[in-house]
Design a binder for this molecule. Structure first.
Ligand code: KG4
Ligand code: ZN
Length: 349
């Protein structure tokens, strides 16, 4: 079976062709047109600009992914995300489905991030073959992206229970806002993590929010972390002690606070729910400190849970993960006819 995945929920126009035969995945193509440099000018994603650029990119990106082939199924992100951006991918998928009479699958973007764990954890793209992962349930998934921070308990394919979420900013959003505050541009995550490599994570005191809150045991809050960096900078400036040389220490202290909370809460939930697997997904899962600390702490404290982390290119938005999630819907014949497929901007998993 070949599945064309289409993703356009934010600022990444992406299409990917996945071939799955007898449990073996071959990623035939994985294309994307990133708008990061366009939005960097504004310090964040501008919805109107994003939708117009999706319109310009979607057909060339899809055509490059398909080559001369015609897929058996089309899987498209229908939500959550920016409505006008989602509309471009959804309308393209509807049109191809109508013209070619190909079944259509609606995929939740968060489900896509979660299913990036079933994609090859290593290896290149072009015709790289990989036996589909046998991830054991129950599994715990930490989704950390620019728009979401959620802990999800997964008892089987398609069975999701949200056990925690952010009460304010998403983890990626906090990275982006702190980066903007420090003049590091957009997106902020990669810039902060690069600078943090040479910084002292203990130099500045940044709070670990909700860490001992029994009622909010698996919920997160990152706006206080962001504010504490703001006050640090303000006070340093007032005392005329703020220089660019402090950036690595500021970034390292902020990053360590965010990672500590994400890892502590994930480990605690993994223990309580006695899961067999722990997975990461979303753009912040590309963070090297989060990846290494998650593996170290879980191996030590929850040794019976296997830790799965997608390879870097499948952490940030991509279409291979949408095709992968689509595959598990196809197995259950969960199709949506083209005329019934609509954008669902606030779609909860
Ligand atoms: O999953 P994603 O590509 O898009 C959404 O669905 O939101 O995530 C984008 C987010 C951005 O906030 C970006 O700053 C963050 O992921 N990010 C990182 C890193 N790479 C991307 N955050 C921390 N460290 C990174 N290395
Ligand atoms: Zn995403």
């Amino acid at each position: 079976m070949t599945i064309l995945g289409i993703e356009s929920s934010c600022d990444e126009t992406a299409a990917s062709l996945l071939e799955i035969r007898k449990g073996t995945i071959t990623i035939r193509s994985n294309n994307d047109a990133s708008q990061a440099t366009i939005h960097a000018r504004y310090g964040g994603v501008v919805p109107e600009v994003a939708a117009r650029n999706h319109l310009l990119s979607i057909l060339p990106v899809a055509q490059k992914a398909l080559g001369t082939s015609r897929p058996d199924v089309i899987a498209v992100t229908a939500g959550p995300g920016l409505v006008t951006s989602l509309g471009v991918g959804v309308q393209t998928a509807r049109t191809l489905s109508f013209l070619w009479d190909i079944p259509l699958v609606a995929v939740n973007h968060l489900e896509g991030h979660l299913y990036s764990n079933w994609l090859p954890p290593v290896g290149g793209i072009s015709n790289f073959k990989f036996q589909i992962s046998n991830i054991e349930f129950p599994a715990l998934v930490l989704i950390v992206s620019g728009g979401h921070t959620e802990l999800i308990l997964m008892r089987d394919h398609g069975s999701y229970k949200k056990i925690g979420q952010t009460l304010d900013d998403a983890a990626g959003e906090a990275f982006d806002k702190v980066a903007k505050m420090l003049g590091l541009g957009y997106p902020g995550g990669p810039a902060i993590s690069r600078l943090a490599e040479n910084g002292d994570p203990k130099r500045f005191a940044v709070p670990r929010a909700l860490i001992n809150d029994r009622k909010r045991q698996y919920d997160f809050s990152f706006s206080g972390v962001k504010t504490s960096v703001f006050y640090c900078v303000r006070d340093l400036k007032a005392a005329k002690k703020y220089t660019k040389r402090l950036l690595p220490d500021l970034c390292a202290s902020f990053q360590q606070a965010v990672v500590d909370v994400l890892v502590w809460k994930t480990a605690a939930a993994a223990k309580e729910y006695k899961v067999k697997s722990v997975m990461l997904g979303g753009g912040v899962a590309a963070n090297s400190l989060l990846r290494s600390q998650m593996i170290a702490v879980l191996t030590r404290d929850v040794p019976r849970a296997a830790v799965h982390i997608p390879q870097l290119k499948f952490c940030t938005d991509n279409a291979a993960m949408i095709a992968m999630a689509g595959y598990f819907h196809v197995k259950k014949s969960e199709y949506t006819p083209w005329h019934a497929l609509d954008v669902r901007g606030g779609w909860e998993l």
